[in-house]
Design a binder for this molecule. Structure first.
Ligand SMILES: C[S@@+](CC[C@H](N)C(=O)[O-])C[C@H]1O[C@@H](n2cnc3c(N)ncnc32)[C@H](O)[C@@H]1O
Length: 215
C-alpha cells in the first residue's frame, strides 16, 4: 500500500519480514561491515541525520547521549528502531519520510550517514541532491553501500539473474546500481571512495563501496 503522505510503498508482510530479517541477520552483516563502518563513521558529531535507519544497525557508532535524526519511511521498522535507540542511549528524532524529500532546511546539517540504503531508494540522484541541499559547506555524507559488480564477472551475472527475486524480497533493493557514478555526478566538492568486496553467501551483495562525500 502506498502511504499517501510519504509516497512510500509499505508492504504489510515483506515490511515485517525485512524488519525481522535485519533484526536477526543484522549482527552477522555487521561483523563483515564493521571495519568499513568504523573508518567512515569515526568521530561522528552529537547530531547526525541517517537515511533509511532501518532497525538501528548504526546506533552503536553514535556516542551515547547524541541525537539521531532518522529518515525512515518503513513503519514496520519503527518499533525496533525506537527500542534500539533506547538501548543505546541515543535520542531519536524519527521522521516518517522518504530521503528524496527530507524535511530539513538548506545547509542545516553537518553529517549525513547511510548504510545499504541507496540501493533501495526510488531515486538515488534525487537523494544525493537532497543530501547536498541539507549539508553545510564542509559537511560530510558518510556511507557504506552495495553496488553493481564489474561487467563480465560471475558476480555481475548473478546480480543480473537474481535482480527480480532480490528486489521483490528486499522491498525494491537493486543489486545493479552504479553508485560510484551517481556520487561522481552529484556535484560534491570532494569524494573519498573505497571499493571493497565481502565474502558472504549473499553473493550479489558482496561488491561494496564505502566513503565520504564532502559538501
Ligand atoms: C536494506 S535496509 C538497510 C537498513 C539499515 N540502514 C541497515 O544498514 O541495516 C534499507 C532501508 O532503507 C529504507 N528505505 C527504502 N526506501 C527509502 C527511501 N526512499 N527513503 C529513505 N529510506 C528508505 C528501508 O525502509 C530500509 O530501512
Amino acid at each position: 500500500m502506498i502511504d499517501t503522505q510519504t509516497g512510500f510503498e509499505v508492504h504489510g508482510v515483506r515490511g515485517r519480514f525485512n524488519a525481522a530479517f535485519f533484526g536477526t541477520i543484522g549482527p552477522l552483516l555487521e561483523r563483515d561491515l564493521r571495519p568499513h563502518k568504523q573508518r567512515v563513521f569515526a568521530d561522528l558529531p552529537r547530531t547526525v541525520v541517517e537515511l533509511g535507519a532501518g532497525v538501528g544497525a548504526n546506533l552503536g557508532y553514535l556516542p551515547p547521549g547524541s541525537t539521531l535524526v532518522a529518515v525512515e519511511p518503513n513503519v514496520p521498522m519503527h518499533r525496533r528502531l525506537r527500542a534500539a535507540a533506547e538501548r543505546h542511549g541515543v535520542h531519536l528524532d524519527l521522521r516518517d519520510r522518504v530521503a528524496e524529500h527530507i524535511d530539513l532546511p538548506d545547509q542545516s546539517v553537518d553529517t549525513v550517514i547511510s548504510s545499504l540504503v541507496l540501493c533501495t531508494v526510488a531515486d538515488p540522484a534525487e537523494v544525493l541532491a537532497e543530501i547536498r541541499r541539507i549539508l553545510r559547506p564542509g559537511g560530510t555524507y558518510r556511507f557504506v553501500e552495495h553496488v553493481v559488480a564489474q561487467a563480465g564477472t560471475p558476480t555481475r551475472t548473478l546480480q543480473r539473474v537474481l535482480r527480480r527475486p532480490w528486489a521483490w524480497t528486499f522491498e525494491g533493493c537493486s543489486c545493479e546500481r552504479d553508485l560510484a557514478g551517481a556520487l561522481r555526478g552529484a556535484g560534491f566538492a570532494r569524494l573519498d571512495l573505497e571499493p571493497y568486496r565481502l565474502h558472504t553467501p549473499f553473493v550479489p551483495f558482496n561488491t561494496q563501496l564505502a566513503g565520504v562525500a564532502h559538501a
